[in-house]
Ligand binder design. Structure first.
Ligand code: 13P
Ligand code: SF4
Length: 369
């Protein structure tokens, strides 16, 4: 569901203004009280891109794969208050039992990348691509996509993918069919396929707006079809950013998220999921120097955690992911108090028919991870 649709579906379940005026300590105290009252009946997963003010209350933090796994394993929580974005809460809803209620503290916390592939566009693409390539394509979707797109991949023998298992899943997919359609992030698709030894010359791009396949060579050579979508946060890291930090400081290590462009990933020393970025820097030598190309809340947290290392954002003018940032202390408190009142707001419930195929796609991914 797009961000505009999300807002239209909030049915008045928007946080009252007065929460924004509360004192920080008051909010923290009220959150602590509710967490204590509910104990294991309440579970708060938090993605690494969330603000510190929210992360301090998370029962589990992680990258997209870890958060999907912890949601699936949690059998005790009656309420899961998901501090992340909409597609993550949808995934948690689909991987948990029917009676477990998943809540997103602000329904406006969508993901612009997930909005770059809708079902109308995907059906058109599939029609055109299967006309050209016949039954030779397996669809894969980055988890940063709607439940409908995950269901489409599930129905067609494909799977979901996260940045930490993309290599595994693409390897598996190529044992199933001759070629892959990768939605919606062209960069993760391109970077992963290249890592597996597939040359750029064998990758085509599907433009869902123009409804055209961008490819110069012989169609029979196409191994991967990349959906023309991207993350607007990660596209802001550039080749000049890398050249600048390396020129200033040749000893600096550059680590970026694979949602960055291929040119940026190629020039970097390391790339990987948010978990890989955190782990790599934790294990690095004291005194080592790092420039990180990922979302700003996480970069700032890593900087604070490692005063013994010299760490900076690869792009000094970076800002946080605006939709991730919608979840803040007032929204977390409001969401918990609505649960406590017996009127949970921002409940995420994927309809049964969609969930059935989307879960097939997610389970294939989790089985291979
Ligand atoms: P990971 O935490 O899985 O690396 O994903 C990053 C991201 O962009 C989530 O939206
Ligand atoms: Fe979506 Fe990019 Fe924000 Fe991740 S960082 S939630 S991919 S917009």
């Amino acid at each position: 569901m797009s961000i505009v649709n999300l807002i239209n579906h909030t049915n008045g379940s928007m946080m009252p203004e007065y929460y924004k005026k509360l004192a920080e300590e008051d909010m923290k105290e009220r959150i602590r009280r509710i967490k204590k009252k509910y104990g294991e009946k309440l579970f708060i997963p938090g993605h690494h891109y969330q603000k510190d003010e929210v992360i301090q209350f998370a029962d589990a933090t992680g990258d997209s794969l870890q958060l999907a796994q912890v949601a699936q394993q949690n059998k005790k929580a009656e309420y899961i208050v998901f501090c992340g974005v909409h597609f993550m809460a949808e995934t948690a809803d689909m991987l948990t039992a029917k009676e477990q209620v998943v809540v997103l503290p602000d329904m406006r916390a969508g993901c612009s990348m997930a909005d770059m592939a809708n079902m109308r566009q995907t059906n058109r693409a599939w029609e055109e691509l299967t006309k050209r390539f016949g039954d030779t394509i397996i669809p894969l979707t980055y988890v940063n996509s709607t439940a409908e797109i995950k269901a489409f991949t599930g129905r067609n023998g494909g799977a979901a993918v996260t940045s930490s298992n993309a290599k595994h899943i693409l390897t598996w997919a190529l044992t199933q069919k001759e070629r892959i359609l990768f939605l919606p992030d062209q960069h993760l698709g391109r970077n992963t396929a290249y890592d597996l030894g597939i040359p750029l010359s064998r990758m085509a791009v599907w433009d869902p707006i123009e409804e055209e396949l961008l490819y110069d060579g012989d169609l029979q050579d196409v191994k991967v079809i990349l959906w023309k979508g991207h993350c607007s946060v990660h596209e802001k890291f550039t080749v000049s950013n890398i050249k600048n930090v390396k020129e200033r400081d040749p000893g600096i290590n550059v680590i970026v998220h694979p949602e960055c462009t291929h040119e940026v990933v190629m020039l970097s020393d390391f790339s990987g999921s948010t978990k890989k970025i955190i782990d790599t820097i934790s294990k690095a030598e004291p005194g080592s120097k790092w420039a990180i190309g990922t979302e700003m809340n996480l970069v700032q947290r890593i900087i604070k955690r490692h005063p013994d290392k010299q760490i900076e954002s690869l792009n000094p003018d970076m800002c946080p992911c605006l939709t991730m940032n919608r979840i803040d202390l007032p929204h977390l408190l409001w969401s918990l108090e609505q649960i406590d009142k017996g009127e949970p707001a921002g409940v995420i419930k994927v309809e049964e028919a969609v969930a059935k195929d989307a879960v097939a796609s997610l389970n294939r991914m989790l089985g291979i991870s």
